[in-house]
Ligand binder design. Sequence first.
Ligand SMILES: Nc1nc2c(ncn2[C@@H]2O[C@H](COP(=O)(O)OP(=O)(O)OP(=O)(O)O)[C@@H](O)[C@H]2O)c(=O)[nH]1
Ligand SMILES: [Zn+2]
Length: 203
Amino acid sequence: MRRAGNRTAELVTFHAPPDEGEHIAVLFPTPDSGEPEREPTDAHAPLVRLHSECLTGDLFGSARCDCGPQLDEALALLARHGGALLYLRQEGRGIGLYSKLDAYVLQDAGADTFEANRLLGRGADERDYRTAALMLHALGLRRVTLLTNNPDKERQLRAHGIEVTATRPTGVHVTPDNTAYLEAKARGGHRLPFGRPGTEEPV
Ligand SMILES: Nc1nc2c(ncn2[C@@H]2O[C@H](COP(=O)(O)OP(=O)(O)OP(=O)(O)O)[C@@H](O)[C@H]2O)c(=O)[nH]1
Ligand SMILES: [Zn+2]
């Protein structure tokens, strides 16, 4: 593992992860106690965000998804409370950038995000969080508060020996352009206030 630090956060790279991805961890120091902004958090279960790469959303600000606003939100929270962001090279829920762009073409013809993957002969969500769990073990982060709406992340981390003491939901970054995408995520099991009786209105 190599480390390249700066004044506020530290980037950590990992040698030979099982999936051969160039994943990174961004470590944020825990603020001094007594800082006015700090909320009470479990010091033994720091805030952790597993962020799956989305070139179009994270870098180019695509309005089709909520990845960019989720990344900004996670970085702001971590800067305030301390913790770690794992930036996982799982573009397109694991199918890669080119296939995700092919999926977008199918979505423009009417398929939802999961159907489009299946029409391409791929799984609806091919992400595996074993490498993420290994990264957390290597960082000594075996107890975490997970920032996510995705129960699969929580389930898989637990299966790989990470104690998820709590999950903290991300905000719901809804726009006219990503509503169908968020509705599909809710149908796929994400904890989002769409498509359930009494929770039709996004929060
Ligand atoms: N295949 C495919 N992948 C997409 C699409 N839109 C976004 N993604 C990818 O989805 C991943 C983000 O996953 P999401 O399902 O949005 O969110 P999540 O990480 O499972 O859940 P949270 O932790 O709650 O944010 C990124 O890798 C994006 O590149 C799409 O239409 N098709
Ligand atoms: Zn995205």
